[in-house]
Write a protein that binds this ligand. Structure first.
Ligand code: FMN
Length: 243
């Protein structure tokens, strides 16, 4: 029987040593498909998932992950990449999808005028305002503007180049968690790794300069000594605040 979400969360651990020849690449691919269903900022989907199965490439990436055990013993790796640079095409794809939807709905007699105008404004004006920048200079101008307007009413403040970096990586990290829980559901294991030389990994994978690696996830099936210690979390009361 398939695991419940809670069971998958309980099962998932960061596994550093894997058995060999245990995983089916197609099943891993299915888990990557689940990753794409993660909630993400403005549905811009500024991400890319590189499923590494080639032995030689795995070896090169493991070297760039400082030959940590999770990397050297993993059967597959998935590189989670933030692609903020794709904002124009992703905004266009969203708008095309919505325009088609509204077209169909208006033929069914549904009044879509308000939603259509809102969507056009969102993906043609607001997204370009947030994502376009020129060496960070426009971002500073937007920040000052948001601070001034913010004195009088609530305003979106994450407009700096560095803020958008966080915005994009947040969404990619949610996709990564979807992936790891999907893997756990089918009894596969993972280890998220940020301990890597991302510049070298980008070079190995032929990724463009503007692509940013959020994390690399090692994949396999846990060896008996694959989990290094019992799970440790600080007391719940220390992190839970009820208001
Ligand atoms: C963003 C991120 C980066 C991580 N990088 C590494 C890493 O480079 N190497 C490693 O062995 N574990 C890495 N981990 C795993 C954490 O050490 C692990 O999640 C934490 O100790 C809690 O253990 P658990 O995942 O088994 O619950 C990383 C985890 C996250 C979320």
């Amino acid at each position: 029987m398939a695991k419940t979400v809670s069971e998958a969360i309980e099962y998932r651990r960061s596994v550093r040593k894997y058995k060999q020849n245990c995983i089916d690449e197609e099943k891993v691919k299915k888990c990557i498909e689940n990753a794409t269903l993660a909630p993400n900022s403005s549905n811009m989907q500024l991400w890319e998932f590189i499923h590494v199965t080639d032995k030689n490439t795995l070896k090169k990436i493991a070297h760039s992950c400082f030959n940590q055990n999770a990397a050297t013993t993993s059967e597959n790796m998935v590189v989670f990449v933030a692609r903020r640079d794709k904002w124009k095409s992703r905004a266009k794809q969203n708008l095309n999808f919505l325009e088609d939807l509204f077209e169909k709905q208006s033929k069914q007699g549904i009044d879509v005028t308000k939603r259509r105008n809102l969507s056009r404004r969102y993906y043609k004006k607001i997204m370009p305002t947030i994502y376009s920048d020129f060496f960070g200079i426009v971002g500073v101008y937007k920040k000052i503007l948001s601070m001034v307007i913010g004195l009088f009413r609530p305003i979106y403040r994450e407009v700096l180049y560095s803020d958008l970096k966080v915005v994009t990586h947040k969404s990619v990290a949610l996709a990564a968690q979807n992936f790891m829980l999907s893997m756990a559901e089918i009894g596969y294991d993972t280890c998220p790794m940020e301990g890597s030389d991302t510049k070298r990994v980008k070079k190995i994978l032929n990724l463009p300069r503007k692509a940013e690696i959020t994390m690399i996830i090692a994949c396999g099936v846990r060896n008996d000594n694959g989990i290094y210690s019992p799970r440790f979390r600080v007391p719940f009361d220390e992190v839970y605040k009820k208001i």
